[in-house]
Design a binder for this molecule. Structure first.
Ligand SMILES: Nc1ncnc2c1ncn2[C@@H]1O[C@H](COP(=O)(O)OP(=O)(O)OP(=O)(O)O)[C@@H](O)[C@H]1O
Ligand SMILES: O=C(O)c1ccc[n+]([C@@H]2O[C@H](COP(=O)([O-])O)[C@@H](O)[C@H]2O)c1
Length: 182
């Protein structure tokens, strides 16, 4: 089995994430794509939406995709998880013959600082989703061509429903009513 892992904070999930998954399913030779929400990214100090809620939003968004699974491994750890550990766990579960790990172009800059990065590079092939405004040297990577100028930060600051997947628009509007999001 060949798999791709797409890890992220998804705080909250937006349409660029959904598009990355669609393009990956189309362009990578994979049987399954596993989305792994973080409890907390090792380089970040806090999250905004509760991990369980970010997980539920991802479930709703990717329900129509039969080959997409949302993995609660990091959330259940209830603490910072390193990608190297998550990949080891997923590998022990599925014994895949090939593992891709998808990151956005913004994450290329600090990739060399990831925990056990040299070992991790031997375990996975990194795939980079291009990101508007980030011009990293990505010629050594497999590329997913994404051209959507949105971030979770933008959405937390100001909701614009055109960047929110249809399946969760109501949940996001409810957050706005409760003033959890502006
Ligand atoms: N618009 C985008 N284009 C390409 N890649 C993206 C885009 N948005 C997110 N990604 C990538 O998807 C993964 C998960 O993203 P993440 O949940 O951190 O969203 P984000 O929009 O970058 O959030 P934040 O604004 O909170 O940093 C990361 O590897 C990130 O680089
Ligand atoms: O393992 C690490 O050292 C490491 C350091 C920074 C980020 N990551 C992972 O990179 C992925 C993208 O994170 P984010 O917050 O940009 O969505 C997510 O799966 C993080 O756990 C992993």
């Amino acid at each position: 089995m060949k798999i791709a892992i797409f890890g992220g904070s998804f705080d909250p999930v937006h349409i660029a994430h959904e598009t990355i998954v669609e393009v990956a399913l189309k362009n990578l030779d994979i049987d399954k794509l596993i989305v792994v929400p973080t409890y907390l990214n090792p380089f970040k100090t806090s999250f905004y939406l509760e991990p369980k809620f970010r997980f539920e939003l991802l479930k709703k968004v990717f329900l129509p995709y039969p080959n997409v699974e949302i993995c609660d491994y990091e959330i259940k750890n209830d603490k910072v998880s390193y990608t190297y550990e998550t990949v080891s766990y997923i590998k022990s579960l599925y014994k895949p013959s090939k593992v891709y790990f998808i990151i956005g172009e913004d994450n290329v800059r600090n990739l060399h600082k990831w925990y056990k990065i040299e070992e991790l590079k031997r375990e996975v092939e990194f795939v980079v989703a291009t990101r508007v405004g980030f011009n990293q040297n990505i010629e050594d990577f497999k590329i997913l061509d994404i051209n959507i100028d949105i971030s979770s930060t933008n959405l937390r600051e100001q909701i614009d429903l055109k960047f929110v997947p249809k399946a969760i628009q109501e949940d996001i509007l409810n957050l706005q009513k409760g003033r959890k999001i502006e």
